[in-house]
Design a protein around this ligand. Structure first.
Ligand code: SF4
Length: 982
C-alpha cells in the first residue's frame, strides 16, 4: 500500500518478484525513437503467451552499449497502449471522414478492396496512386513498391523534416549529419552544436557528450532555446531563428580575414583553386575546363574532375588533376587570371572571399542578435581548436592520386546541427555555409572533426537520378528509375515539356528542383486542388497528416473531407496504416492495423538508413519478440502481399507466381544487384561472407544470435579522409556502396547550382524555367552560400507579428508516438508556450496565464510559462504534445486535448505567389529543396480575457473509440515490473 509522504519505495526492484521471474530474454532494436539502440526485452509467460516484463539496454550493442532512455524503457507501455488498433476497419457507409465511424472487416476483405482498386489504377493511370510514409525506417521497400507500381508519387517524411540538412551537406561535402556522419567527440577539443535540441542520435550523442565533457572538452550550443543538449553546454549562445546562415557567413569572414584557414587542405581536397569563368555567356560562373577530349568530359555535377587551376610556381594554367596537385605546384586560391583564349577566370575561393567580405560580425550581429565581439571570439576559438590544438595520428594513408601521407591530420573542432537550421526556407544555403565553414577549417573526415559513416561519402552529386520521364508512366509498367534521387542538372527535373510538375507534390519541379526527399507537406493540398491533377488513392503509413505532421492542421482536416460538385471526396480513397488510433485514422476510408516494433521483423540496412559507426558499416534488424496483437499485420507484410497480388515484376516469377513468402523471405532473397541485399552480414550460402555474397537462408537466425546487429571494423587506414582515401574509395566501389572510385572534392563552389541559375537567366539553350519562376531560381540557386531572410518574412507584417515561433522535441516523446504511453504522458500531459519574462511582461501576460498566439494564418489559445532560457524574440513549445480530443484513446477531456495545443495551426503550407495558370500560392518551403519552412512563422501574443474558458483553442469533436481498439488504460497504469498484474 502506497503511504503518502513515506520514504518507503513504492516498488523495491531488488525484492524477489511476486510472479515467476523472467522466462526469456530476447534482443531486438528499439523504435521508441529513430535512434535504433539495441535492447533486451525480458519476457514472462502471460495469459496469451509471452508478454513483456521490462526492457533494458543491450550492453553488447555497438550503438548504445547498454544505455537506455526513458522512452526506450517505456516501450512496454506502447505494447499495451489503450490506443492499439487490432483489426482492419472500413469507414461506415454514409459517415463523414473525420467522424471516426468504422466497421471492422477481415484482412481478406481489406486485401480485396485494395487489390481491386489499386489494380484498376495501375492498369489505367498509375500516377493516381500516391504512397507517402512518415518516420518509418523501410524506405528501400516502400520506394521499390511505388516504383514497381509505376507511380512517381512517393516519398517519406524527409521533405518536411530535415532534407535541407541532408541535401545542403551532401551537395557540398558528400555526406551529412546523423546516420551518415557526425562529430568525432572522442578527439575533438571544441564542440559547437547548432539548432539541435533533444534530437536524432539521442543516446549515442549523450554518451559521447558526457565522455567529451569528462575529458575536458568545451561545448558551445547555439540555439534560440536552452533545452536538451543546450542545457548542459558550457556556453549557450542564443540566436534568432532563421539567422544561423548569417552567423556562418560572418565566421567565414573572420576566419578568412585572419587567415585561420587550412590552405593545404583547401588546395588539394576542395574545389577552392579551380578556376571559374567570369565572362558573360553560357559558361559564366561554371568551371573552366580543358577542351582536350582526351582529358575527359567537360565537367558537371556528376563529372567534376577535369578543371583548371593557376599554378603560382610556374605562372601557368594547369589541369587540376593530376598536374595541379603534383609536387612542386602551388595552385592559387586567390587572384584573377586570364586563360590563353582571353577568358577571365578566378579560383572559386576568391569568389567565396569576395562573397563574405561584406559579411562582417557587425552585419551579422544585427541579424542574429549575437554581439559582434562574440562572433569574433567564436571564430578565434574555432581557429584555435583547429590549428593551435591540432595534432596528428600515426595512421598512414594514401590519397586518390597516389600521394602517401605518413600521418593523419586532426582538426579537433567538431560541429553538429540538425533541424533548427534545416526547417527554414533559407536552410539549404545555411547548411551549405556551415559545410563550407567546416571545410575551410579542414575538419571533413578528419580526427576530431566531422566524420562520415558508410555508405557515405557519396559522390557530389550522388549518382541517383530521380524518375523524370513522364512518358514512362505507363499502365502496368514499373518506372525506369526510383521516384526519389539527387538532380545534378535541369535536364534531370521531373517535369513535362511545358515545365509543369510530374509529381503531385511538385517535388523535382522548377518550384523546388533539388527536393531529394519529396514534399509530403503539400500532397493533400495539391491533391485537393487537383494541381497538377487529381489522384484516386492516397496511402499513408505512420504519418499523422490530420494533426502534428501537417502544417495548417485545421484546414488540412477540412480538405481531407472536401467534396467536389458531384459529392465525391476530392481525394476519393484514403488508406491509413498505423498501429494506433491517431487523429489521421479518423479520416481514413480503410484502416490497416500495423504491429509495434516488438512484434515484427525490420531492417536498418545499407540500402536505406543503416546504423553505421565512424570506423565501419553497421546494420541491424528487429525480430518479433512477442506475437502480433489481435489481427495486426506488419505494413511490410502488407506491401509484399499486395506486390504479389498486383503481380509486380520484382515480386513475381514470369509465370505470375509469388517470389516471396513474406517480408523475412524477401529480405533474405531480394538482390538489387548480384551479391547485394538488404542485409550485409552473414551472406553467402553458409553465412561466411559479409557485405556482399549470395543470399543466406539462415541470415535472420545469424542476426538474432548476434544481438540483431552486424558490425564491420575497417582497418585504421580507412577510418579518415574517405573523400580522397584510395584504399577506402576502392573498397566502397567493390562493395557497391559507390558506382565509381574517384575522389569527392568538396564543393565550396557549386557549379550544380550555377547550371540552374544560368537556365533561369536564359543563358543556356537547354531547359529553362517558366517565366514566373526565373527570378526565384536565379536568386536562390547561387553557387556560393548566402544568407537571406526566410521567405515568409516578405509575406508578413513584421511589426504586427514581431516574434518567431518554433517547436522543440521533448526528451520523453518522439513526435506524437507516445501520447498514449501511460508512463511517458505523466511527464508531458500538456504543453505551454515558453516565453522570455521580458516578452511576457511587455504583452501583459503572467507566468501560467492563458494567452492567444496569433499568426497571419491562424490562432491558438494556450498557457504561458516564462523562462530565461529563450531569447526574447522567440516563443516556443514542445512538438506534438497537444492532441485532438479522444484521439490516441485518451479519455475525453484529457489534458492533452484541453490544455495541450499544437503550433501547427499557426503555420501555412503555402505562401502567396503569382504562378502560372492563375496560381496564387507556392509551397511554404525552401525554394531549392522543398524543405518545409516550419520555423519561419511569425506571431504575436496577447492575454486571453478573464472570462474566456481555461481551455486550449481550437477544439474538435471528440473521436470515438474505433472498433476493436485495445483500451485498458486503468490496468496499464498500475503495471510494475515483477508485480502481479492488477
Ligand atoms: S534513444 Fe531512442 S532508440 Fe535509443 S533507447 Fe531511447 S528511444 Fe530507444
Amino acid at each position: 500500500m502506497f503511504k503518502f509522504l513515506s520514504s518507503e519505495p513504492i516498488h523495491n526492484p531488488t525484492a524477489p518478484p511476486a510472479v515467476p521471474a523472467t522466462s526469456e530474454v530476447k534482443c531486438t532494436t528499439c523504435y521508441m525513437c529513430a535512434c535504433r539502440c539495441g535492447i533486451r526485452v525480458h519476457l514472462r509467460e502471460g495469459n496469451n503467451g509471452p508478454e513483456v516484463r521490462y526492457i533494458d539496454g543491450n550492453p553488447e550493442h555497438p550503438l548504445n552499449k547498454g544505455v537506455i532512455c526513458a522512452k526506450g524503457a517505456s516501450g512496454i507501455m506502447k505494447q499495451v497502449s489503450p490506443a492499439r488498433l487490432t483489426q482492419p476497419l472500413l469507414r461506415k457507409s454514409g459517415s463523414e471522414r473525420g467522424a471516426g465511424e468504422f466497421e471492422a472487416i477481415s484482412w481478406d476483405r481489406a486485401y480485396d478492396i485494395l487489390t481491386q482498386r489499386l489494380a484498376k489504377i495501375r492498369a489505367t493511370d498509375p500516377k493516381k496512386f500516391a504512397l507517402f510514409t512518415g518516420r518509418d525506417q523501410m524506405q528501400a521497400l516502400t520506394g521499390l513498391f511505388a516504383r514497381q507500381f509505376g507511380t512517381p508519387n512517393y516519398a517519406a517524411h524527409g521533405g518536411f523534416c530535415s532534407v535541407n540538412m541532408a541535401a545542403g551537406m551532401i551537395y557540398t561535402i558528400g555526406g551529412s549529419f546523423w546516420e551518415f556522419g557526425g562529430p568525432d567527440l572522442d578527439r575533438a577539443k571544441l564542440f559547437v552544436m547548432i539548432g539541435t535540441a533533444e534530437d536524432h542520435h539521442s543516446n549515442p550523442m549523450k554518451i559521447a557528450i558526457s565522455k567529451f565533457k569528462r575529458d575536458g572538452g568545451r561545448f558551445i550550443s547555439i540555439n534560440p532555446v536552452r533545452t536538451g543538449y543546450s542545457a548542459i553546454a558550457d556556453e549557450w549562445i542564443p540566436i534568432r531563428p532563421g539567422t544561423d546562415g548569417a552567423l556562418f557567413m560572418a565566421l567565414l569572414h573572420e576566419l578568412i580575414r585572419t587567415d585561420r584557414i587550412d590552405h593545404a587542405f583547401l588546395k588539394r581536397f576542395t574545389n577552392a583553386p579551380q578556376l571559374v569563368v567570369l565572362d558573360e555567356g553560357e559558361r559564366e560562373g561554371l568551371f573552366a575546363f580543358d577542351p582536350n577530349p582526351e582529358k575527359g568530359p567537360p565537367g558537371d555535377g556528376r563529372h567534376p574532375h577535369n578543371k583548371l587551376v593557376w599554378d603560382t610556381t610556374c605562372g601557368k594554367v594547369l589541369n587540376a588533376y593530376p598536374q595541379g596537385i603534383a609536387d612542386g605546384c602551388d595552385p592559387a586560391i586567390e587572384g584573377f587570371y586570364t586563360l590563353a583564349d582571353g577568358t577571365r577566370v578566378a579560383p572559386s575561393f576568391q569568389l567565396l572571399r569576395d562573397r563574405v567580405a561584406s559579411c562582417t560580425p557587425e552585419w551579422a550581429a544585427k541579424i542574429t542578435g549575437i554581439s559582434a565581439d562574440r562572433i569574433r571570439t567564436l571564430a578565434v576559438e574555432m581557429g584555435h581548436a583547429a590549428f593551435e590544438q591540432a595534432f596528428t595520428l600515426p595512421i598512414p594513408w594514401t590519397d586518390a592520386w597516389g600521394k602517401q601521407h605518413p600521418t593523419t591530420q586532426a582538426r579537433p573542432v567538431a560541429f553538429h546541427a540538425m533541424r533548427g537550421l534545416a526547417a527554414h526556407s533559407n536552410g539549404f544555403q545555411t547548411v551549405r555555409a556551415l559545410a563550407i565553414l567546416m571545410s575551410v577549417l579542414g575538419t571533413i573526415d578528419a580526427p576530431g572533426g566531422f566524420r562520415h559513416k558508410a555508405p557515405y561519402p557519396r559522390h557530389i552529386v550522388p549518382n541517383y537520378r530521380a524518375f523524370n520521364d513522364p512518358g514512362m508512366i505507363q499502365p502496368n509498367t514499373p518506372l525506369n528509375a526510383a521516384p526519389l534521387g539527387f538532380p545534378a542538372h535541369p535536364d534531370e527535373l521531373a517535369i513535362h515539356p511545358d515545365g509543369s510538375p510530374i509529381r503531385i507534390d511538385h517535388a523535382f519541379s522548377w518550384e523546388h528542383p533539388l527536393s531529394a526527399h519529396g514534399m509530403m507537406h503539400n500532397v493533400i493540398t495539391n491533391a485537393v486542388k487537383g494541381d497538377p491533377y487529381r489522384i484516386d488513392t492516397l496511402m499513408m503509413f505512420m504519418a499523422n497528416m490530420a494533426w502534428n505532421s501537417t502544417m495548417n492542421t485545421s484546414a488540412v482536416r477540412e480538405m481531407l473531407n472536401r467534396k467536389d460538385i458531384d459529392g465525391e471526396c476530392m481525394i476519393p480513397f484514403i488508406v491509413v496504416c498505423d498501429a494506433f488510433q491517431s487523429e489521421t485514422v479518423a479520416f481514413a476510408d480503410l484502416v490497416l492495423p500495423d504491429t509495434t516494433y516488438l512484434e515484427r521483423h525490420d531492417v536498418m540496412g545499407m540500402l536505406d538508413r543503416p546504423i553505421s559507426e565512424f570506423d565501419g558499416p553497421v546494420d541491424s534488424v528487429r525480430i518479433p519478440v512477442v506475437k502480433p496483437l489481435g489481427e495486426c499485420k506488419p505494413f511490410q507484410e502488407v506491401l509484399i502481399e499486395l506486390a504479389g497480388r498486383l503481380k509486380f515484376p520484382a515480386f513475381t516469377t514470369p509465370d505470375g507466381a509469388r517470389k516471396y513468402t513474406g517480408y523475412p523471405d524477401f529480405i533474405v532473397n531480394f538482390q538489387p544487384a548480384p551479391g547485394v541485399g538488404f542485409l550485409m552480414g552473414w551472406r553467402g550460402k553458409d553465412g561466411e561472407s559479409h557485405l556482399k555474397g549470395e543470399p543466406n537462408p539462415k541470415q535472420w537466425e545469424m542476426y538474432e544470435k548476434n544481438n540483431c546487429v552486424f558490425q564491420l571494423h575497417m582497418p585504421e587506414t580507412m577510418h579518415y579522409m574517405r573523400n580522397w582515401n584510395r584504399e577506402y574509395l576502392d573498397f566502397a566501389k567493390d562493395k557497391s556502396w559507390r558506382q565509381r572510385n574517384d575522389p569527392i572534392q568538396l564543393a565550396l563552389y557549386s557549379d550544380t547550382l550555377q547550371f540552374f541559375r544560368l537556365a533561369a537567366q536564359g543563358k543556356t539553350s537547354g531547359r529553362q524555367p517558366p517565366d514566373e519562376l526565373r527570378e526565384r531560381i536565379a536568386t536562390y540557386f547561387d553557387p556560393l552560400p548566402f544568407w537571406y531572410a526566410p521567405l515568409e518574412e516578405a509575406a508578413t507584417d513584421l511589426k504586427a507579428y514581431p516574434l518567431n515561433a518554433i517547436t522543440q522535441r521533448p526528451m520523453a516523446m518522439y513526435h506524437s508516438w507516445d501520447s498514449q504511453n501511460a508512463w511517458l504522458r505523466q511527464i508531458h500531459s500538456h504543453n505551454y508556450l515558453h516565453v522570455n519574462p521580458k516578452t511576457a511582461q511587455a504583452a501583459g501576460i503572467l507566468d501560467g496565464g492563458w494567452c492567444w498566439v496569433e499568426s497571419q494564418w491562424g490562432k491558438v489559445r494556450c498557457m504561458i510559462r516564462t523562462s530565461e532560457a529563450v531569447e526574447p524574440g522567440t516563443v516556443w513549445t514542445w512538438n506534438a504534445i497537444g492532441k485532438a480530443d479522444g484521439a490516441w484513446q485518451l479519455a475525453p477531456g484529457a489534458d492533452e486535448a484541453r490544455k495541450g495545443f499544437l503550433l501547427n495551426h499557426l503555420i501555412s503550407e503555402e505562401l502567396p505567389f503569382k504562378g502560372a495558370k492563375g496560381a496564387t500560392t507556392i509551397s511554404n518551403s525552401d525554394p531549392i529543396t522543398g524543405q518545409a519552412g516550419w520555423y519561419d512563422v511569425r506571431v504575436r501574443i496577447r492575454p486571453a480575457a478573464p472570462e474566456e474558458p481555461h481551455e486550449s483553442f481550437p477544439q474538435f469533436a471528440s473521436m470515438p473509440a474505433a472498433p476493436g481498439v485495445l483500451g485498458k488504460a486503468a490496468q496499464v497504469i498500475t503495471y510494475f515490473a515483477g508485480r502481479k498484474k492488477s
